[in-house]
Ligand binder design. Structure first.
Ligand SMILES: [Zn+2]
Ligand SMILES: [Zn+2]
Length: 222
């Protein structure tokens, strides 16, 4: 659940929560053994997101893919963020998101941002699915494409707060149109996901047919 009990002067946002989140995040990074230079870097990027959320009165517990996409594209006038602003304008403009995405992942793990809570289980289902594909004679290249494509969709579903049981054709269309700010390997610069790409639709449809919760595309054939 969100941080309803946290002392704050706005619903889910405000200076107190801002500092509280940042301090907890830094402690988390220290506990994971990151060096001071890395922490300093991630702190600045995470602070940028918190500052922007605060300026737009967006409660932390409402952060999802849509909010992160807006953050990535914002016309930055955030105070003290001149260096960040230059990085946003650079060619690899996705990289300035690293600290923000790590902060969001941390807040999800802490229960301050609600999510379907299915990501790890879905990755496990994906492993089972890929084992089955391998047993059917799929080669390593094809398996690798299936893995990365399905993982991307599962990460996007998580970040969009969509439970796998609610996925339908329209959800897949939304994925194919999404302006990618997915964490993980998709932090690297890459063009938008193409609607024309068979790389995503076929493997994921096939995966969903084997998923114990999903009923989408259940009547199709492998
Ligand atoms: Zn900004
Ligand atoms: Zn994406």
């Amino acid at each position: 659940m969100s941080s309803a009990g946290t002392s704050t002067n706005r619903s889910g946002s405000g200076e107190a929560l801002f500092e509280d989140c940042l301090d907890a995040f830094i402690t988390h990074l220290r506990n994971r053994g990151l060096c001071d230079g890395q922490i300093c870097h991630l702190r600045l990027e995470a602070r940028h997101l918190l500052l922007w959320l605060d300026r737009h009165r967006i409660p932390i517990d409402e952060v999802d893919h849509g909010v992160l996409r807006r953050f990535r594209r914002h016309d930055c006038h955030c105070p003290g963020m001149e260096k960040q602003r230059r990085r946003m304008l650079a060619k690899d403009s996705r990289r300035f998101m690293t600290g923000a995405l790590r902060l969001v992942r941390f807040l999800e793990d802490e229960g301050r941002i609600e999510h379907p809570g299915e990501l790890e289980a879905n990755f496990d289902h994906l492993d089972t699915f890929l084992d089955r594909c391998a047993a059917q004679g799929y080669g390593p290249v094809r398996l690798s494409i299936y893995r990365s494509s399905c993982r991307h969709i599962l990460i996007w579903l998580h970040q969009s707060r969509i439970a796998i049981g609610n996925v339908d054709r329209g959800t897949l269309d939304r994925f194919l149109d999404h302006d990618c700010v997915c964490p993980g390997s998709f932090e690297a610069p890459q063009p938008r996901v193409s609607r024309a790409s068979a790389r995503y639709e076929y493997p994921f449809t096939k995966f969903l047919r084997t998923h114990p919760v999903s009923t989408a595309f259940a009547n199709g054939r492998d």
